[in-house]
Design a binder for this molecule. Structure first.
Ligand code: GAF
Length: 393
């Protein structure tokens, strides 16, 4: 069972440069940047509740190559084959009286949102080509990697103050206003601040992160893409966020981060069953994530894996964001000797699972998952990677 090949950054840059030259009159780009997708090891749907998350940046990246132009307009081309609309877009930079609004093609809204919320001024016109190895809609943050790559590109044209957390927040804001997704901060944060050989324990209240070493050669982080995406994702995410806010309000807390299970039990009578289950997932998941970071630091992978499975079960039963395909992938993985744990990762309703296992169990795990899964899974063997970077050309 072959792993899905992950192209190198150099390969992506070479392809984008070639297309840039064909598209823009034989010229060469003079800026190249990249920003990674992410996989979340544990801490799901906790970021917008001010809780802990434990993601790592992936070797799957979005690359932008391009150059400044003399005008005040933007020409961009995406090489993504998954984009069904026009792959090229041309528009004017925003002014104080004429902001950039979302429109068509949809992929360009991420670019427009980041330009609109960019923190350095004045931006010159530019032309650029985008290419990505992050699967679209796979729950590995293809959108955050695009936002952060575009922001990093803009920094080369007209530097901002270099504040990395503010950069992640500007990209998050772009997703809110131009993609209509009220996401938390996790994806953009780790795409900016990810560290090679480390997961990041991010405290989404203080916005501080503690790197946790994840470089044991006997260990593998296997991502399995279910290759399904249910249409519920768009509507259910804002609903979950609202339910959490309602639960916090009933508990008299500013967020569920401040609530304990005892608080929840005491308020149970004043809450419907669904709100109770959502809050219970969040309160327990925040605690599980803190425990998982301790286990990882101690290299106690058995404990870490146990917490991953508990997280998955809670996302399935309490938070109700899993689906049959993800449940089947997890059940198949955890049966294999040498697998420590497995869980859905990201927003849910399709996308990927993440499995922590011994290196010598990988082939058997892939075989079992493929046999038992009613579909065609795609496998990625991944290592924790660096956040956004400027590349040399
Ligand atoms: C999506 C969101 F973008 C994140 O902010 C996070 O809430 C995640 O779902 C669930 O943990 O990736």
């Amino acid at each position: 069972m072959a792993n899905h090949p992950i192209p190198t950054v150099e390969q992506l840059v070479a392809k984008a440069r070639g297309v840039y030259s064909e598209t823009f009159g034989g010229k060469c780009p003079n800026i190249a940047v990249c920003a990674p997708g992410r996989v979340n090891l544990i801490g799901e749907h906790t970021d917008y509740n001010q809780g802990f998350v434990l993601p790592m940046a992936l070797p799957l990246v979005t690359v932008v190559v391009g150059s400044q132009t003399s005008g005040k307009s933007v020409s961009m081309l995406t090489l993504s084959e998954a984009v069904e609309e026009s792959q090229r877009v041309d528009f004017d930079l925003p002014t104080s009286t004429s902001p950039l609004l979302p429109g068509k093609p949809c992929w360009a809204n991420y670019v427009k949102g980041v330009i609109q919320h960019y923190r350095g001024h004045p931006l010159p016109g530019f032309q650029a080509v985008i290419i990505s190895s992050v699967p679209l809609g796979g729950g590995l943050s293809s959108s955050a990697s695009l936002e952060v790559a575009v922001y990093t590109f803009l920094q080369q044209l007209c530097p901002d103050d270099g504040d990395k957390v503010a950069k992640a927040m500007a990209c998050q804001k772009a997703e809110h206003t131009h993609a209509g997704v009220p996401c938390g901060i996790m994806d953009q944060y780790v795409s900016v601040l990810g560290r090679a050989a480390h997961a990041l324990l991010i405290d989404c209240r203080s916005l501080e992160a503690t790197p946790v070493t994840l470089a044991d050669p006997s260990l593998v982080i296997l991502i399995t893409n279910s290759n399904v995406r249910h249409s519920l994702t768009g509507s259910e995410y804002p609903t979950r966020r609202r339910q959490c806010e309602e639960a916090a309000a009933v508990l008299g807390k500013s967020s569920l981060r401040d609530a304990t299970l005892e608080d929840l039990q005491a308020a149970r009578g004043g809450m419907d069953g669904v709100t109770y289950r959502r809050a219970r997932h969040v309160i327990e998941e925040i605690e599980r994530t803190a425990q998982a970071a301790v286990a990882l630091r101690q290299e106690d992978y058995t404990e870490f894996g146990k917490l991953m499975v508990e997280s998955h079960n809670s996302l399935r039963d309490q938070y109700e964001v899993s689906c049959k395909e993800l449940d089947d992938l997890v059940s198949a993985a955890v049966e294999v000797k040498g697998v420590y744990g497995s869980r859905m990762t990201g927003g849910g309703f399709g996308g990927c699972t993440v499995t922590l296992l011994q290196a010598d169990a990988v082939e058997l795990a892939k075989q079992r998952i493929t046999e038992k899964y009613n579909g065609s899974p795609t496998f990625y063997i991944t290592t924790p990677s660096e956040g956004a970077q400027v590349l040399s050309l």
